[in-house]
Write a protein that binds this ligand. Sequence first.
Ligand SMILES: NC(=O)CC(=O)C(=O)O
Length: 282
Amino acid sequence: MPQVAAIQMISGADIQANLDAAARLIAEAAQQGAQLVLLPECFAAFGNRALADIAAAEYAGTGPIRPFLAEQARQHGIWLVAGSIPLPAEPGGKAMACCLVLDEQGNEVVRYDKLHLFDVEVADSQRSYRESKDYAYGDRFVCIDTPVGRLGLSICYDVRFAELYAALRRAGAELIVVPSAFTAVTGAAHWEVLLRARAIETQCYILAANQGGTHANGRETFGHSCLIDPWGEITACLPQGEGVVTGAIDLQHLNTIRGRMPVAGHRRFEPVDAIVPASTEF
Ligand SMILES: NC(=O)CC(=O)C(=O)O
């Protein structure tokens, strides 16, 4: 059975230090047999104020992150789903929170830009988040075939918007990834419930890679990176700290669940304001 892995990090502002940590954890995941490895949101730059410069350099091809990802995917012969990096969609454009998918030869095969941006006051921590100040909104969903199954993409705050996941299921998703930097406060309240609900509704595997610890800028993230099966059961989880969560994708198990409870065929109302699928040509 194909194996997948979610990597949990406690990233900071120093890009090279983050890439070094990611390299160590990717090697661990590959050694454990993972064919597809997921990095968390903001894995390469967390709390880094030079976001626009990082984005421009990565777009121009002069930054260190995209070559690093290609080399890691090639070296380990894995598909790499790179949480998020800041990357515009056009020259001089505002950064998007972009999840790049690379195949085992290190080719970038598709990008997904975060659809829902986290502009939220987190009551208990007295912190406010304004992602839309730094990022432009994505406007397309993405589903793509991989060696471990058909993959749907989402990022962090997206998990609160069930219609995206319904669209991914309609597009044939079998595994949906949720790279995240979910806050400690909102995570304690909502992380597990939301992820399990998305797995149960879509009858997909959900692979979630979170940031998990106290970061250099004082922010706290929830961790609990996990793999959830299409029945909603958590099959592997890492509560806090850096590390790797691995598990199997069993498409026979998925098809049994879908066959016994064919909710996709029971739907009576289709969404009116559907999200548009992206072209998977990169
Ligand atoms: N950080 C996020 O994008 C989302 C989050 O922490 C939440 O939804 O809660």
